[in-house]
Design a binder for this molecule. Structure first.
Ligand code: NIG
Ligand code: FE
Length: 396
């Protein structure tokens, strides 16, 4: 299957802007992209698809989500809005443990249909790739159930899904040492053998895993051939950012409590720093200084952290807008944070880029200005979404 996408008013690749562009796609892969006037003879006769003089952007990549969950925590949200803290609620056995009970109680089919509905919402806002974590099962069988849901999403829905095994908290009914041993010696090897995840993530913070425990889990993950990443420096400064960078991890995520030393470690080792504006704003934490991090050489990604407790939001575009308005990124930098750099954070640098040999995952906006979705807060400016060259969603 060969197509020539034409009548593109402008495209951000995202690192380069091309006006009056065309893009040749074969078997879902970009063969050529550039100014329409420079289109080589070979592609001129390919079946054409007019994009109606509209702008296009790479499909957005949400590189940190907890899309699979049961129940909801509206009650905790209203209590927090009255002044109770997220940490107090977690320490009292609510918070994550609340969602664990509801997720364990839900069947695989129920979790699948809940997650599918959420994925569909993300698709309509231009998200073509999502990372999805486990972590609300805790028990091995419930963790595997969550990861199977992600696998089913990948097989049956139009987006690309990257499942991650998350060491979230120690279940209350387990001894810590036993749980860690089971996680490292049984769960990680099983997940790797059954191809149920591409990475292992650890929530390294007060009330979750210590830095020594995190190191053990990372070692087990690397031994099983899985990539590593961390929920790092969210509530307290644990040192997980430096650990994951030194162990050549994909990304350190959250980063509200990071210091200049942490940024240097990320920059030195090429580990992506992923900012989660939903959690920062909803938990009323201070917004990280993204300008200073970028100046320190950190590659910055931005993700939703979609989850029922700290970031119950459904819009990656809103997170990119917040990263720009509150964190100090330019609009073009925010775009790269939700596309090319997010692809790097998944260990898939070909994703999130409209360039030769990359998959043709892109969104068509509803007018000639490709960046207009960044300007129109609260309005979905996406008209069509393509994944691998196929139309995955369109307005109406
Ligand atoms: O990324 N910080 C830890 N985990 C999730 C929140 C989980 C929850 O509250 O359900 C996060 O913010
Ligand atoms: Fe998270």
């Amino acid at each position: 299957m060969r197509f020539l996408f034409k009548d593109i008013s402008e495209v951000y690749t995202p690192l380069q802007r091309i006006g009056e562009a065309a893009m040749a796609v074969e078997e879902g892969i970009i063969r050529w992209i550039g100014a329409a006037d420079d289109l080589p003879e070979t592609y001129r006769n390919w079946p054409g698809i007019s994009l109606g003089n509209r702008g296009i952007l790479p499909g957005l990549i949400d590189c940190h989500t907890h899309l699979v969950w049961g129940g909801n925590r509206l009650d905790e949200y209203t209590r927090r809005a009255r002044g109770e803290s997220y940490e107090e609620i977690l320490e009292a056995g609510g918070g994550i443990y609340n969602t664990v009970m509801a997720t364990r109680a839900a069947s695989e089919d129920q979790l699948f249909s809940l997650a599918l509905e959420r994925a569909h919402h993300f698709l309509q806002e231009g998200v073509t790739t999502l990372e999805v974590k486990s972590g609300y099962g805790l028990e091995p069988e419930a963790e595997l159930k969550m990861l199977r849901v992600v696998k089913r999403l990948d097989q049956h829905f139009r987006q690309r899904f990257f499942p991650t095994l998350l060491a979230h908290v120690v279940p209350r009914e387990w001894d810590r040492v036993d749980y860690l041993r089971m996680f490292c010696n049984e769960l990680i090897p099983t997940v790797a053998r059954e191809n149920l995840a591409t990475a292992v993530d650890v929530f390294c913070d007060r009330g979750a895993f210590s830095i020594a425990e995190t190191r053990k889990i990372f070692e087990a993950a690397l031994d099983s051939g899985l990539a590593i990443k961390a929920h790092a420096e969210q509530l307290t400064h644990s040192g997980a950012t430096r650990l994951v960078a030194e162990m050549k991890g994909l990304s350190a995520d959250h980063l509200e409590q990071t210091t200049a030393d942490d940024w240097r470690a990320l920059a030195l080792h090429g580990t992506v720093g992923t900012i989660l504006p939903g959690a920062t704003v909803i938990l009323r934490k201070a917004f990280p200084d993204l300008g200073a991090m970028r100046d320190a050489g950190v590659a910055l990604a931005v993700a939703t952290d979609h989850n029922p407790g700290s970031s119950h939001l459904y819009s990656l575009m809103l997170c990119l807008q917040l990263a720009s308005a509150l964190g100090g990124l330019s609009v073009e930098e925010a775009l790269a944070s939700g596309t090319a750099t997010a692809g790097r954070a998944l260990g898939r640098p070909e994703l999130g880029n409209l360039k030769v040999a990359s998959p043709a995952d892109f969104v068509v906006v509803d007018g000639p200005d490709a960046l207009s979705p960044f300007y129109h807060w609260g309005k979905n400016c996406i008209k069509q979404v393509y994944v691998g060259g196929d139309l995955a969603w369109r307005v109406g």
